[in-house]
Design a protein around this ligand. Structure first.
Ligand code: PEP
Ligand code: MN
Length: 337
């Protein structure tokens, strides 16, 4: 359930509700909105009536939530959550573009990518330092050296940074160097990892699992938020279907659907969704038209030489041209870009 507090409720009244919930075995999670505070509470519904919450001072109403995900649901919070990463705000009016190579490969490669994507209008730099590859013989990432390069690129360009974490070891290192942590499709149901990023205090980019339903995806976000971290951005990156002619099948309907079910921002990754750079632009434009709060796009200074995901990576010039097109689409749907 969520306890919706009156806009004028005092700190003491909020505290009293939290205490009452704890006394009855609930775990309360206050969510501080712009207009009011709601308290998400997970526990045994059968004891709800005996709590007498409706009669406590400062309480406007008590809303039971039937869905399995609670804190991430729209019922828990009507307003859109805005996730701040460095200077970027994801989930507001601004379309936020995250761009960069699949993997950090070298200083030259990363710095070239960083400067070019910044010039074109990206605000967050991506780059994998720990790569969850399908084959153990493929490039696995530069690990801490890659994280240091991301930090250097951030210093040079002013871009914020995001990188994928795959376990507690990579998480411990990544928090020292980057602004946002990515949980990849393959780890979307690694519940220990979700809890750990939930405790990290960093914003989290949560990709949809390879074959995850919308509900499973939102439950994964619930794991993170139940650890007290509300700074979560959901990323649709295509799902596995019978279709083999694209790498995955981009589920664009998930964008408006998830935005109606949850207050969290939703972005789209047309690179992993299609696996083909010729399809990245059209799907990026469609995603913005469908209401995505941002995009994640792979850009490599020399895609032909990329150690990872070259066929889906845009050249810097292609990326700059796409950003121009996206500005027009964003304007058409009332967004700034
Ligand atoms: C990535 O963003 O580099 C990545 C591995 O994506 P996904 O987890 O969506 O496959
Ligand atoms: Mn990739």
């Amino acid at each position: 359930m969520v306890v919706v507090m009156d806009g004028r409720a005092s700190a003491g009244e909020v505290e009293a509700v939290i205490m009452r919930l704890k006394e009855h075995g609930f775990s309360p999670h206050p969510i501080y909105g712009v207009r009011r505070i709601v308290i998400g509470a997970v526990g045994d519904r059968r004891t709800l009536d005996s709590l007498g919450l409706e009669n406590m001072p400062g309480v406007e109403r008590v809303v039971p939530i039937m869905k399995p995900y609670k804190l991430v649901s729209r019922e828990a919070r009507e307003e859109d959550t805005v996730v701040r990463v460095g200077g970027a705000a994801i989930g507001g009016n601004q379309l936020v573009v995250i761009a960069g190579p699949c993997a950090v490969e070298s200083r030259e490669q990363l710095l070239a990518a960083a400067h070019r994507v910044r010039q074109a209008g990206a605000v967050i730099l991506r780059g994998g330092a720990f790569k969850p590859r399908t084959s153990p013989y493929s490039f696995q990432g530069l690990e801490e050296e890659g994280l240091k390069l991301l930090a250097e690129a951030a210093r040079q360009t002013g871009l914020a940074t995001v990188t994928e974490v795959v376990d507690e070891y990579s998480l411990e290192l990544a928090v020292q160097y980057v602004d946002m942590l990515q949980v990849g499709a393959r780890n979307m149901q690694n519940f220990r990892l979700l809890q750990a990023v939930g405790r990290s205090g960093k914003p989290v980019l949560l990709k949809r699992g390879l074959s995850a339903t919308v509900e499973e995806w939102l439950m994964a976000a619930e794991y993170i938020m139940s650890e007290g971290n509300e700074q979560i951005v959901l990323c649709e990156r295509g799902i596995r279907t019978f279709e083999q002619s694209t790498r995955n099948t981009l589920d664009l309907s998930a964008v408006p659907l998830v935005k109606s079910l949850s207050h969290l921002p939703v972005i789209v990754d047309p690179s992993h969704a299609t696996g083909d750079r010729r399809l990245v632009g059209p799907m990026a434009r469609a995603a913005v038209a469908a209401g995505a709060d941002g995009l994640l796009i792979e850009v490599h200074p020399e895609p032909a030489r990329a150690l990872c995901d070259g066929p889906q990576s845009l050249t810097p010039a292609q990326f700059a041209a796409l950003m121009e097109e996206l500005r027009a689409v964003a304007a058409a749907v009332g967004r700034a870009a």
